[in-house]
Design a protein around this ligand. Structure first.
Ligand code: BGC
Length: 325
């Protein structure tokens, strides 16, 4: 009996090893074969793989990639994580991809990695958030200061009387978030009745935004307006208001036009949102990167559109464009 067990184990070990390594080799071969069918291999390094806003960037990028016979790899951390994102960039350089498209970061290691990519002849474009001092080749995305300014102007136009505003910011070390906040502050500085009284972080999650808003509503009774600065903040803000049930609902200004945000606009829970066009960003970044490979130097900065979306611009969960847009 013992002998039988011994020989079974002796047989099973090499069998399992054969299965494991066979599968690995097959996977690597298959990946190499897939890549060989394409002219280029671009990496799109996202802030958060599962984030809906980034899925729109991915969608546009994949569409343009298909048109230009580019293999587009969408990679990054599961949830926002600076070190993991930087490590992913480093891994893509080591993989010797033909181009990297990534959100710009203020961390000093980002600049070093852009330089490293250039030493390996890998062009780098920033998308959604720029870091113009990093040596990247070009930027595609929103003019974030202007978008924040537009939010401030909207708050001025859409509210009356004294306003105590709190801002829920995605991440304080994200340059696009800080630029939006600066733009917003610049706009409201022209209007004495509007004052920004607190800023809290959501860590770009709906739950984080709900927690931050709830704490603020609990700690001060004078809040009349809330500004959510990243894509999931508006939803979290509404969750907290619904739960806290203040006597008067604050005016809510959000960012982005994700379907859930549009639904809340139709339900009168969010009064306005600043639209960005992530799908367009993805498309344009891949297109320009392809042009760069054809020796056609792209412009340094490509700003994509922004706009204000209110209830009258939304129908059945979608933004309908006014004539001329
Ligand atoms: C920002 C992105 C961010 C996302 C988070 C968007 O408004 O432009 O930088 O990753 O929100 O949900």
């Amino acid at each position: 009996m013992v002998r039988k067990i011994f020989f079974t184990i002796l047989f099973l070990i090499p069998f399992c090893l054969m299965l494991y390594y066979g599968k690995e080799t097959f996977y690597i071969d298959q990946q190499a074969a897939t890549q060989e069918m394409y002219d280029y291999h671009f990496a799109l390094v996202t802030e958060e793989v599962g984030n809906n806003y980034w899925h729109f960037i991915e969608k546009g990028a994949k569409q343009a990639a298909e048109e230009h016979n580019v293999y587009l790899e969408y990679v990054g951390p599961k949830v926002t994580d600076t070190d993991e994102r930087l490590d992913t960039l480093d891994r893509m350089i080591a993989a010797n991809v033909d181009a990297i498209i990534t959100k710009g970061m203020s961390d000093p290691r980002f600049r070093q990695l852009v330089q490293k990519a250039k030493e390996h002849q890998i062009p780098v474009a920033t998308i959604d958030t720029d870091n113009s001092g990093s040596g990247r080749d070009f930027y595609v995305g929103t003019d974030n200061f202007e978008a924040g300014y537009l939010a401030g102007k909207t708050m001025i136009e859409e509210t009356e009387g004294e306003q105590k505003v709190v801002a829920i910011i995605g991440l304080k070390d994200a340059q696009n978030q800080m630029e939006r906040l600066e733009g917003f502050e610049e706009a409201i500085s022209q209007e004495e009745r509007i004052e920004l009284v607190a800023v809290a972080e959501s860590n770009i999650t709906e739950l984080g935004a709900a927690d931050a808003t709830y704490q603020l509503l609990k700690s001060r009774s004078d809040i009349t307006a809330i500004f959510g600065i990243s894509a999931l903040d508006g939803m979290g803000i509404v969750q907290a208001i619904d739960e806290f049930q203040p006597t008067t609902r604050p005016y809510v200004l959000a960012f982005d036009i994700l379907p859930e945000t549009l639904e809340l606009i139709e339900d009168d829970k969010i009064q306005a949102t600043i639209a960005q066009y992530p799908e367009e960003m993805g498309k344009m970044a891949v297109k320009e990167m392809y042009q760069l490979h054809q020796k056609d130097q792209p412009e340094n900065i490509h700003h994509t559109k922004t706009g204000v979306i209110k209830k009258e611009d939304v129908m059945n969960g979608e933004v309908f464009l006014k004539e001329g847009e």
